[in-house]
Design a protein around this ligand. Structure first.
Ligand code: FPP
Length: 248
């Protein structure tokens, strides 16, 4: 499977909702945790083959604040997966020059995991290869509430003039501050919704729904999604022409 690039759209930031782990196990008569474990393997594989696609930023949704509604055994398992992922993969990711940032709410996350998150961010902070954002205990609404709180307290202390609040100020108070908005969102597992992911940042993002369950997602799936993206017109609210390639 190869790239087609009739229209190079410059995919700078790819975001992924890695859905379908539960169904992957249920179809096999296995406990849900097996699907999540396979999901980590699939993420690990992605972090290897994504190098060939020259995408600078990758954001993956690995635990939603809404996932706390799941049984305790499953939420503990998902916490444990991030713990293990950092313990097992950090050295290799650092060697590959990956810069790690974990976005989301730190409340409810066990202290030892917060320490691991902080040390992984610290260790990789000067890396300039793939910028990997892991959305963990994250939701778009929670991120916006957090930004609104920060902006209001700056307004209260007089550091921000409320009438000067603009999109740039909002963006710079999000967990994703400083990172370009996603160009493409892939959601695996056949559901067609954004599920509280990057609500502000997805304003002009192209969305690709892939029926593949996340544990089965591979390089060919990514190639198909990117080829599809490369053949889209992005208009950003303008009239029908290819903004990015239009030089008139
Ligand atoms: C959705 O599948 C997936 C999640 C809630 C977790 C995603 C997590 C991983 C891929 C692994 C974790 C990675 C790290 C780095 C910790 P689902 O359980 O909603 O699947 P279903 O819709 O089939 O039930």
């Amino acid at each position: 499977m190869t790239f087609s690039s009739k229209r190079e759209n410059n995919l700078s930031h790819l975001a992924i909702i890695m859905d379908g782990n539960g169904r992957w196990s249920e179809y096999r008569g296995l406990p849900r945790q097996n699907g999540h474990k396979e999901g980590v393997k699939s993420l690990r594989n992605l972090l290897t083959y994504i190098e060939d696609f020259k995408i600078p930023y990758l954001t993956v949704f690995s635990f939603s604040t809404d996932n706390w509604k799941r049984p305790k055994s499953e939420t503990s398992n998902l916490m444990n997966l991030l713990r293990k992922f950092i313990q097992t993969d950090l050295t290799e990711l650092h060697k590959k020059n990956v810069k790690i940032r974990v976005i989301g709410n730190r409340e409810r996350i066990p202290k030892d995991i917060i320490n691991l998150i902080n040390s992984s961010e610290d260790l990789t902070k000067n890396n300039n290869g793939l910028y990997l954002q892991i959305a963990f205990n994250y939701s778009g609404r929670d991120e916006l509430v957090n930004a609104i709180k920060k902006i209001s307290s700056s307004a209260k202390t007089g550091d921000i003039d409320p009438s000067a609040i603009d999109e740039q100020i909002v963006s710079s108070n999000l967990f994703t501050a400083g990172i370009p908005e996603p160009d493409l969102l892939i959601r695996t597992g056949s559901e067609k919704r954004v599920s509280n992911f990057l609500l502000w940042q997805l304003a002009y993002t192209e969305i690709f729904f892939d029926e593949t369950l996340w544990p089965d997602f591979n390089r060919d799936n990514l190639t198909i999604a990117i080829n599809d993206f490369n053949n889209r017109y992005r208009r950003f609210g303008n009239i029908k022409k290819d903004i990015k390639n239009d030089t008139t």
